[in-house]
Write a protein of this length. Structure first.
Length: 237
């Protein structure tokens, strides 16, 4: 069994020449593909950055990204993304750990260093509170010990408003242990959407849309396994 473990510490696409008449890449252009194979030409550390509290691990194991966390972890895709984009991946919350917090950020940026979320000097260390000043879309799926599923748009000032319609607690919106979910995240320059197994869970029309930023997996005190990560440029039907 191939297994590569990365330390719990903070660990571009080449711009091709496009014809002058082509302003944006073709719809559904594949920007990122990661099957978490140890044989990949791009190493894990070249593609991803880990921010994690002591006691947890992040590993690539048999075609999976395995986050076995104790006190808070975010794994960032190093590549900055520009809308319209569609992000897809498969995710399982294992019953071998606490069943909670299949979470993610997308279109995230730091107002203090807007050009590079991962630039040295940031204060994020895996503790959730250290992410409050980001500007981002965020879903906490099965958070608070699998009692809530919430969508928030962080404002970049520490404010994380929560609309009543984005605060779900019905069993159908909570985590089923060991079930593999197909997650789709969308930022099309107007709306942010979150789909689970093809069903729209959140659909937010943003009056001030986030059109560029970074993506990150997020969890705390849980074991989540990620497969088949893809980012495509283009809108979702």
């Amino acid at each position: 069994m191939a297994r590569v473990v990365f330390p719990a510490v903070c660990i571009s696409l080449l711009a091709g020449l496009l014809p002058a008449c082509q302003a944006t890449p073709p719809a559904k252009e594949l920007l990122v593909q990661d099957d978490f194979s140890p044989a990949s030409a791009v190493t894990f550390a070249e593609r991803w950055a880990v921010e994690q509290q002591p006691g947890g691990t992040v590993a690539v194991e048999d075609g999976r990204l395995v986050i076995a966390d104790a006190a808070g972890c975010t794994v960032w895709l190093r590549q900055k993304l520009t809308a319209p984009i569609v992000i897809t991946f498969e995710a399982t919350v294992s019953s071998r750990g606490r069943v909670s917090d299949l979470n993610c950020f997308w279109m995230a940026s730091d107002p203090a260093r807007p050009g590079d979320l991962l630039a040295p000097g940031h204060s994020r260390d895996g503790r959730f509170v250290t992410y409050d000043t980001l500007r981002t879309y965020y879903v906490g799926y099965g958070g608070n010990a699998n009692t809530t599923t919430r969508f928030r748009r962080y404002e970049g000032s520490g404010a994380r408003p929560l609309l009543p319609e984005h605060d779900l607690g019905a069993p159908k919106f909570l985590l089923v242990p060991d079930h593999t979910y197909r997650i789709t995240l969308i930022a099309d320059g107007t709306r942010a959407r979150y789909l689970r197994d093809g069903e729209v869970v959140f659909d937010y029309t943003d009056p001030a849309p986030l059109t560029e930023g970074w993506f990150g997996f997020r969890t705390v005190n849980s074991r989540i396994e990620i497969r088949d990560f893809r980012v495509r440029h283009g809108s979702f039907p």
